[in-house]
Design a protein around this ligand. Structure first.
Ligand code: HEM
Length: 171
């Protein structure tokens, strides 16, 4: 339980904030929209969770009975990996899913999982990210990427999706 609360709640939220800052600083129109209207912050948090989700793969599940999904038969007792990132970019649920848009309805994303194991810390993570985005943008009006032409370096980790570094200029 300590592991879940301290570790599960740390790296994920770090990545949520950093992925969100990166998403905004690479999309000037979205950044301008959020700077102009702070009421877009909750939508920003949900869109970062959907489109730049910090948690790539749910914890391992296994089938308790045979199940067929989209024509693929999975026997009982098989391990199953659930790709949350793919679900969050399902075009049948989110039109033009690769487009990052803080004004879209991102509800229904699976960034916090689903069902009885839905993230215990979801309200805290949403609160933390909203506060972080609000105060970063308010305190640093000139916030920008330090090396805009450089491709970001992502962690090589299928579970946690986050940047290795995000060099920015504050002033
Ligand atoms: C952006 C931040 C976060 C993301 C994206 C995230 C994501 C997730 C996901 C996807 C699950 C479900 C895993 C599964 O079903 O296999 C989960 C479960 C969990 N999360 Fe988070 N989490 C975040 C923040 C936090 C925080 C801040 C805490 C605690 C303070 C926390 C504690 C937990 C715990 C205890 C579980 C297990 C719940 C259970 O199995 O019943 N998480 N999280």
């Amino acid at each position: 339980m300590a592991f879940l609360l301290v570790i599960a709640g740390h790296q994920t939220t770090v990545n949520l904030v950093a992925n969100g800052v990166h998403a905004l600083l690479t999309r000037p129109a979205q950044l301008a929209a959020v700077r102009a209207d702070a009421s877009l912050i909750p939508g920003l948090v949900e869109e970062v969770l959907r489109c730049e989700s910090p948690f790539g793969i749910a914890t391992l599940r296994y089938t308790t009975e045979p199940v067929t999904i989209e024509g693929t038969a999975i026997p009982a007792g098989e391990f199953v990996q659930i790709a949350l990132l793919a679900a969050n970019r399902d075009p049948e649920v989110f039109p033009d899913p690769d487009r990052f848009d803080v004004t879209r309805d991102a509800s229904g994303h699976l960034a916090f999982g689903h069902g009885i194991h839905h993230c215990l810390g979801a309200p805290l993570a949403r609160l933390q990210a909203g506060i972080a985005f609000t105060h970063l943008l308010r305190r640093f009006p000139a916030l920008r990427l330090a090396a805009p032409a450089t491709a970001p370096a992502w962690q090589d980790n299928p579970r946690h999706r986050g940047l290795l570094t995000l060099p920015v200029r504050l002033h």
